[in-house]
Design a protein around this ligand. Structure first.
Ligand SMILES: Cc1cc2nc3c(=O)[nH]c(=O)nc-3n(C[C@H](O)[C@H](O)[C@H](O)COP(=O)(O)OP(=O)(O)OC[C@H]3O[C@@H](n4cnc5c(N)ncnc54)[C@H](O)[C@@H]3O)c2cc1C
Length: 312
């Protein structure tokens, strides 16, 4: 057990957390950053990143995050590999307890705990994740120029992703387990009007099929939930768009969250409803879900924390 006290305590080691750390360290605030159960965050489960500026060649997600970690450590962020299990916002400094029984206190707190994509839970989905199975059309759509892809889901995100993918793909099949969509009506109209998109109703993915060497998706088995009949669909990519859940269980009842559990922040700011507590990245910005946006809000949170401390 150890005690860590700092002017700026950061929870999370994705692009938002590391960027907040880099800015806070360079402002001389000696931040402490707790990396959590997924050091490096969501990008560590993907292979090639082509849209993070500064890398002319695609960079592996884990390598990008390792570089951010090294940069943060080099400028003076104290990184602790631990998981916060309990928070107390009723007194100052704010106190967080951890899985390894450490006690962290911070005069300010930056929450960058991210969000997790929901997956189908199939072994084959896990096997091809980053090799034909994706959770993000904006991130990976570009790789499917003139290819056939499928999108799984029936909400606005799924329809939005299907429409976006028609910019690249030859065909897009939307697989939905019900016989109607939950998506916003305007999006549905655009979907049904788009000749590249076909909808497979009452269907679920039973298995993602692919090759071992090179590893890649060749199709999937789908099951009609009404008839139980199995059929195969040849596709080069499968986009899972069945939602995300923000990592905010720790903060329920303590911070203001929106209806889906994301941390509410003031307009054009990372300030939460508690002065001195800031939120950055996917945990407060579900609309864009991109690493560069998370990094940008990490910077904003650190600048706001610095201003808050200087005005105390
Ligand atoms: C498969 C996939 C591919 C993607 N590809 C791209 C891409 O090509 N380009 C792009 O820009 N974006 C991509 N994204 C989106 C991008 O990964 C996210 O937008 C970005 O990672 C969000 O950063 P973040 O810092 O907000 O949170 P995250 O990356 O989600 O990190 C959250 C951090 O919080 C920590 N944490 C959580 N709970 C606790 C706790 N209790 N205690 C301590 N720490 C905790 C975790 O360990 C983790 O380090 C992809 C996402 C996925 C899932």
């Amino acid at each position: 057990m150890a005690e860590f006290s700092s002017k700026v305590l950061i929870i999370g080691s994705g692009p938002a957390g590391y960027t907040a750390g880099i800015y806070a360290a360079r402002a001389g605030l000696k931040p402490v950053l707790v990396s959590g159960n997924q050091p490096g965050g969501q990008l560590t489960i993907t292979s090639e990143i082509e849209n993070f500026p500064g890398f002319p060649e695609p960079i592996n997600g884990s390598e990008l995050m390792q570089r951010m970690r090294e940069q943060a450590a080099n400028v003076g962020v104290e990184i602790v590999d631990d998981i916060i299990t309990e928070v107390d916002f009723s007194k100052r400094p704010f106190v967080c307890n951890s899985e390894n029984c450490n006690i962290f206190s911070g005069e300010t707190l930056i929450i960058a705990t991210g969000a997790a994509a929901r997956w189908l839970g199939l072994e084959s989905e896990k096997k091809f994740l980053g090799f034909g199975v994706s959770g993000c059309a904006t991130c990976d759509g570009f790789f499917y120029r003139n290819r056939d892809v499928a999108v799984v889901g029936g909400g606005s995100t799924a329809v939005d992703e299907a429409l976006y993918l028609t910019n690249f793909a030859r065909s897009v099949t939307l697989i939905h387990r019900r016989d109607e969509l939950r998506a916003d009506k305007t999006l549905q109209e655009r979907l049904f009007a788009n000749k590249k998109i076909k909808v497979e109703w009452n269907s679920v993915v039973d298995e993602v099929m692919g090759t071992e060497n090179p590893r890649g998706v060749t199709g999937k088995k789908k099951k009609n939930v009404k008839t139980d009949s199995l059929s195969e669909l040849k596709v080069d990519g499968v986009f899972i768009a069945i939602g995300h859940h923000p990592n905010t269980e720790l903060f329920k009842g303590l911070l203001e969250l929106d209806a889906e559990g994301y941390i509410k922040t003031a307009a054009d700011s990372c300030k939460t409803n508690i002065p001195g507590i800031f939120a950055a990245g996917d945990v407060q910005m579900p609309k864009f879900r991109q690493a560069i946006v998370a990094a940008g809000t990490g910077c904003i949170a650190a600048l706001e924390a610095e201003k808050y401390l200087s005005e105390l």
